[in-house]
Write a protein that binds this ligand. Structure first.
Ligand code: F6P
Length: 362
């Protein structure tokens, strides 16, 4: 029976387990064995493989919950994950290739974000077996997929946290700055700001310097609590990638606010809280659909491609009208453009956020 392997790599994201489940079940239905690789590329180099079957995906680290069906609804990744510097070297990748040969593995599915896809691209150039990527990262900074696995769940967590913060903010007539993860991408902050009707959003893509950020926040707070708007809470969402730590921003804004108005400002950094939790319906749905297309791509001998949720005519069509296949090199190029601001997607997002700035603060 032919065998393929699956691994999760980089920051975990809700939906990774649902994707592992999908890969395992689809492969089983095609008569293919699946090896789960533990701890990402580290496990590939060290040959840490264990069989995943439709009936049983038991893991030592997660003893009581073993059933494949149940595990898909869990957050994190049951295979474990890592960021693996050894995989950046040709020697490390050669070791991984020889381990796959030793286990007669005929294809690899990599579930992860930018760094993981860069690893998959390098490996695809050196391995003789197909390598296919599934985008998974709460940051939503992966090119050519409208969303990566984990984004929807992370946003649901953020809006829940902001609703709770709003309860207490409103009670005390306070301003809150809520920082959300996203590394260099402001997507989570942007989307959450719209969904929570925040008063302002701070994004790395705006490329504002420190003084401009402090000024924008101070003005927003003063105007929102001022007579014309008379708000009873101010909510400002700040992306992690904005170049001023939240505690310093709070101090500087505190100094800049008019002393006679006794405005109270608090900050909350949501951090890793946003990365955990059971995957939402949409992340499970996407995981199921990505998994199916990824397995069929590997079995068709396609390599160095990523499955992407993309409704345009670009890329290669698949059996799923939502999902298309893209060369990973093209994905990495678009990812770079997303982050350096030159992508049409980033330009459009920033333009739309600027267009609603006045609306957000009303
Ligand atoms: O890429 C996902 C992410 O959660 C980023 O949003 C964040 O900057 C980073 O990973 C945190 O990494 P770590 O878990 O290694 O601290």
């Amino acid at each position: 029976m032919p065998a393929i392997a699956v691994l999760t790599s980089g920051g975990d994201a809700p939906g990774m387990n649902a994707a592992i489940r999908s890969v395992t079940k689809v492969a089983a239905s095609r008569g293919v064995t699946v090896w789960g690789v533990e701890m990402g590329y580290d496990g590939l180099i060290d040959g840490k493989f264990r069989p995943l079957t439709r009936q049983n995906a038991k893991t030592a680290s997660l003893a009581p919950v073993g059933e494949m069906e149940a595990m898909g609804s869990l957050g994190g990744t049951i295979l474990g994950s890592s960021r693996c510097p050894r995989f950046h070297t040709r020697e490390g990748r050669a070791e991984a290739v020889s381990k796959m040969v030793g286990y007669s593995i005929e294809g690899l599915i990599v579930i992860g974000g930018n760094g993981s896809l860069a690893g998959a691209h390098a490996l695809a150039g050196e391995a003789t077996v197909p390598v296919i990527g599934i985008p998974a990262s709460i940051d939503n900074d992966i090119g050519l997929s409208r969303e990566a696995l984990g984004v929807d769940t992370a946003l649901n967590t953020i809006i829940d946290a902001c609703d709770r913060i709003t309860d207490t903010a409103r009670s005390h007539h306070r301003a809150f700055i809520v920082e959300v993860m996203g590394r260099h991408s402001g997507y989570l902050a942007m989307a959450a700001a719209v969904a929570t009707a925040a008063d302002a959003v701070l994004l790395p893509e705006q490329r504002r310097n420190r003084d401009e950020v402090v000024k924008a926040v101070t003005e927003c707070i003063v105007q929102s609590f001022g007579r014309a708007r008379d708000k009873n809470r101010v909510l400002i969402i700040k992306a992690e990638g904005v170049g001023i730590p939240t505690h310093e921003l709070l101090e500087e804004v505190g100094r800049a606010l008019p002393a006679d108005q006794s405005i109270e400002v608090r900050g909350t950094v949501l951090g890793h809280l946003v990365r955990g939790g059971n995957p939402s319906f949409r992340d499970r749905l996407l995981a199921g659909r990505f998994g199916l297309v990824a397995v069929d791509a590997v079995l068709a001998g396609k390599t160095d491609r990523m499955v992407g949720w993309n409704l345009t005519e670009t890329g290669e069509p698949t059996s799923d009208s939502w999902i298309r296949l893209f060369p990973i090199a093209q994905v990495l190029e678009e990812t770079k453009a997303l982050l350096d601001g030159s992508s049409a997607v980033t330009i459009d997002r920033v333009r739309r956020m600027e267009a609603i700035q006045g609306v957000l603060s009303l």
